[in-house]
Design a protein around this ligand. Structure first.
Ligand SMILES: [Zn+2]
Ligand SMILES: [Zn+2]
Length: 238
């Protein structure tokens, strides 16, 4: 039986920030901590599983983006622009990054769990689907027992959940699937930029500053706006 730990996922970003402030200048806070069950919390496990499942389709969409992005305009001279090879190259680089990452993580887990080597699967798409299927089957293990499972999620983290989240974020941005976002026009509690957004189906509000990526529950967001309003009121009163 593993003892529960503080979930290393983005669910605790606001709590970690508040704890850091408490440690440096003694500012008390009432942000609740989210415990892992036993390492990642249920919410982070479910979010990771959902993102992983969406990756094969997103990889296809990245490829299509390249085709449409580089297609020359057939008719008309007005508005014709020189389209460089870049959209196709960007799509290629991102696909390599995501599929390469998936296969590396699969190989890593196969080695750690002493499983047989990854079978040859054929095309890149088949490789990606195979890796996603494998990772979905081993996700519970990966988010508890993987040597990096306790690492706090950030861009450099080898935590499997952080890696999957990073690939998903890069893919949704590239394919502009994240267009339907509601912008929350209040500075982020951590980086203080106006980068708080909530996606259609999301149960949390996310900072889109890639160096921050704080996640807030609606209740945390509510408390944050209330604190800001109180500060403004106090500033006016003095
Ligand atoms: Zn969590
Ligand atoms: Zn932020």
């Amino acid at each position: 039986m593993t003892t529960p730990t503080v979930c290393p996922g983005p669910c605790n970003n606001a709590w970690r920030l508040a704890e850091a402030k408490l440690a440096t200048d003694g500012t008390e806070h009432d942000i609740p901590v989210t415990w892992g069950k036993p390492v990642h919390c249920i919410g982070c496990v479910n979010r990771t599983r959902a993102k992983l499942a969406e990756l094969p389709e997103l990889i296809v969409a990245i490829g299509l983006e390249a085709l449409h992005g580089t297609a020359p305009k057939a008719t008309g001279t007005i508005g014709r622009i020189h389209i460089p090879a870049w959209p196709g190259q960007a799509s290629r680089l991102l696909t390599d990054h995501i599929v390469g990452g998936l296969l590396e993580l699969e190989d890593d887990i196969r080695e750690l769990r002493r499983l047989r080597h990854r079978p040859g699967r054929g095309t890149e798409a088949q490789n990606a689907v195979g890796a996603v299927t494998f990772l979905a089957a081993h996700l519970e293990w990966a988010l508890v027992e993987h040597p990096a499972a306790h690492e706090i999620h950030d861009r450099m983290s080898a935590n499997p959940a952080a890696q999957i989240t990073g690939w998903h974020r890069a893919a949704t941005r590239f394919t502009r699937r994240d267009a339907r976002l509601e912008h929350y026009r209040v500075p982020c509690p951590r980086c203080e930029l106006l980068t708080l957004y909530r996606g259609d189906a999301d149960d949390y509000i996310e900072c889109r500053n890639t160096n921050c990526q704080t996640l807030l529950t609606p209740a945390e967001y509510h408390d944050h706006t209330k604190r800001l309003a109180d500060q403004t009121r106090m500033a006016r009163a003095t």
